[in-house]
Design a protein around this ligand. Sequence first.
Ligand code: GDP
Ligand code: MG
Length: 329
Amino acid sequence: MPLERSRAVFEIPRIAIECESLVSSTIMNFMKSPSPFKSGFVAIVGRPNVGKSTLLNYLARRKVAVISDKPQTTRFKVKAIVNTESAQVVLIDTPGLHKPRDPLGEKLNEAVREAYREVDAIVFVVDAFEGIGGGDAYIAKELSAIETPVILTLNKIDKVDRERLSQQLDLSKNLACLETALPISAVTGENVDILLERIISLLPEGPKYYPDDAITDQPEGMIIAEFIREKVFELTEEEVPYSAAVEVQEISPRKDAELIDVSAVIYVERESQKGIIIGKGGSKLKEIGSRARADIERLLGSHIYLDLRVKVRKEWRRDEASVRRFGYG
Ligand code: GDP
Ligand code: MG
């Protein structure tokens, strides 16, 4: 009984505080007439390697998409969420448009076009260092055929001199129906705040789709698989990274320890590729695993035990069922 009473006493002031804050926020609303909350979906598009994933990560301030020196490591849409006081921006990272050579390529292009149509705004990234070229013109043409508003951004300005920058800005005016590009650096963050403002200005009034602490709605297994595949890209050459798919099979916290067991399989198309990924005495696989572990631990906020294996699945890229199973469909 004394316990019950003390609980009741404790609850009263809490309710009082809640009422008070409700009243004061209502008064504030009358005084300020705040602008409505905005939200929407935004695709970041552009040629491979222009810096789409880097930009997405800068905006989301956490490693969600996969960054690599080699093109096309982002094979599926990754959503990251940017919350500001007045808006929620849900970013979709898409793979680059490219000439399809197999069922996977077809599916990738279709996924990109679908994103173009479904979002509220598109950030079209071009690369000041590599220079604006035919590939960009091709994408610009695709974009001008749809109604979604486009913000053209010229990335990597930290890597070019003034002369190059103004030359590339001039070139950007020729990209079909688009305004002069906004110069940015996804690495240093220069002008990224201006970009974010412009994005928000294009969004409709809308609700918070995700809670404040949600950074991505990709299942964790997919993100972890992409972390591992990113390391395969960093550490192997030529066709090997492109023939690797990663499937996460288990993510299970141990009962009595602050440790999560993660097991994953790297699938490759040939025995020779398996040998390359394993490396001499298992050295390459060990390096892939230890680099991936750092990212996974940051993602999960826990120590992990990573069980990583390599298996051969012949010609999986030509097999639609495998492409779908690995989440690339
Ligand atoms: P994506 O294929 O378009 O997603 O390109 P990534 O984000 O994977 O970037 C490709 C490469 O360009 C990586 O090595 C990045 O570090 C680099 N990169 C991206 N943005 C910038 C930038 O603003 N400045 C510089 N110097 N490098 C960048
Ligand atoms: Mg990418």
